[in-house]
Design a protein around this ligand. Structure first.
Ligand code: ADP
Ligand code: MG
Length: 247
C-alpha cells in the first residue's frame, strides 16, 4: 500500500538545520497494523506528518500504491497528538465536519456521526462543547472524526497518550476490532512497548535524533491477543528486543 524510500527530512535552521528523520525505508502492506516506537524527538510525529502529506520530505519519497481490487489510491485519515477540535462545534458537529466538507447531506452525516459516537463510547455527549471534554474524550472525538471518512490507512500519533490505563486498554481493543472488521491499514505511534506488542503485526523502532530505522520487528504472536499474553515467554522476548533497540 505504501512504500517509503530513503526518506529524510531536515527542518531549516541555523547552519545545516535540524535533521528530524533520516534515510527511512520501509513498506506497509494492506491491512497491516504497524506501530512506531522511539524516544521523544526521534521524528515519529514528523514521519506521520510526511505520510499525511503535510510535510514535504527533504529527500527520498513516499509512494502510495492503488488499492488491491479497487485501483484507486487509499484514503488517509490522521489523528494527531493534540485533538484539535473546533471549539465552536459540539462533539457531533466536529465529527460531521469532514463529511460536510465533502458535501454529504447533513442528515446522512449526522447518522454516520451517531454510529461513530457509539463506537467511541461517548453517547450522551453528542451536544457537549470541546471545552467541557477531558483530554481523553477529546482524543476519542478526534479518532471518530478520522474514522467517519472511512479511511483505508489510519495514521495515529500517540492517540491514547492522554488516557488512563483502563480506557487505554479499552480503546486499544476497540481499535483492533475496527481494524479487523473494516480491514484498515494502521500506522500508530505509541510509547508503550506492551501496547505495540498487543496490537501490531510489526513494530518499527526509530533511533534518537535524527530518527533512523533501528529495528523492523515482526510480531508473530497469535491473535486474538489479550492482556494475559504480557506474562508469556514469547511476549517477554519480543519486549526485551524492543527495549534493547530503543536508545
Ligand atoms: P517525536 O514525535 O518522535 O517526539 P518530532 O517528530 O515531533 O519527534 O520531532 C523531531 C525533531 O524535530 C525534534 O527535535 C523537534 O524539535 C523537531 N521539530 C519538529 N517539528 C519542527 C518544526 N516544525 N520546525 C523545526 N523543528 C521541528
Ligand atoms: Mg510526537
Amino acid at each position: 500500500m505504501l512504500k517509503v524510500n530513503h526518506l529524510s527530512l531536515t527542518f531549516p535552521g541555523e547552519r545545516e538545520g535540524l535533521r528530524a528523520v533520516e534515510d527511512l525505508t520501509f513498506e506497509l502492506r494492506e491491512q497491516e497494523f504497524v506501530c512506531v516506537l522511539g524516544p521523544s524527538g526521534s521524528g515519529k510525529s514528523t514521519l506521520v506528518r510526511v505520510l499525511a502529506g503535510l510535510l514535504r520530505p527533504t529527500s527520498g519519497s513516499v509512494h502510495f500504491a492503488p488499492l488491491r481490487g479497487e485501483g484507486r489510491p487509499p484514503r488517509v485519515g490522521v489523528v494527531f497528538q493534540q485533538a484539535n477540535l473546533m471549539p465552536w462545534r459540539t462533539v457531533v458537529e466536529n465529527i460531521t465536519l469532514p463529511l460536510e466538507l465533502q458535501g454529504v447531506p447533513l442528515e446522512a452525516a449526522r447518522q454516520q456521526a451517531a454510529e461513530m459516537v457509539e463506537l467511541i463510547g461517548l453517547q450522551g455527549f453528542e451536544d457537549t462543547w470541546p471545552r467541557d471534554l477531558s483530554g481523553g474524550m477529546a482524543q476519542r472525538v478526534a479518532l471518530a472524526r478520522a474514522l467517519v471518512q472511512d479511511p483505508d490507512l489510519l495514521l495515529l500519533d500517540e492517540p491514547f497518550g492522554a488516557l488512563d490505563a483502563l480506557t487505554r486498554e479499552r480503546m486499544g481493543g476497540e481499535l483492533l476490532r475496527l481494524w479487523q472488521a473494516r480491514q484498515k491499514t494502521v500506522l500508530m505511534v505509541t510509547h508503550s512497548i506492551s501496547e505495540a506488542l498487543l496490537l501490531s503485526d510489526r513494530v518499527l523502532v526509530l533511533t534518537a535524533r535524527p530518527g533512523r530505522l533501528a529495528l523492523d520487528l515482526t510480531v508473530n504472536l497469535p491473535r486474538p491477543r489479550d492482556e494475559e499474553m504480557r506474562y508469556t515467554a514469547p511476549f517477554g522476548e519480543l519486549a526485551r528486543r524492543l527495549r534493547a533497540a530503543i536508545v
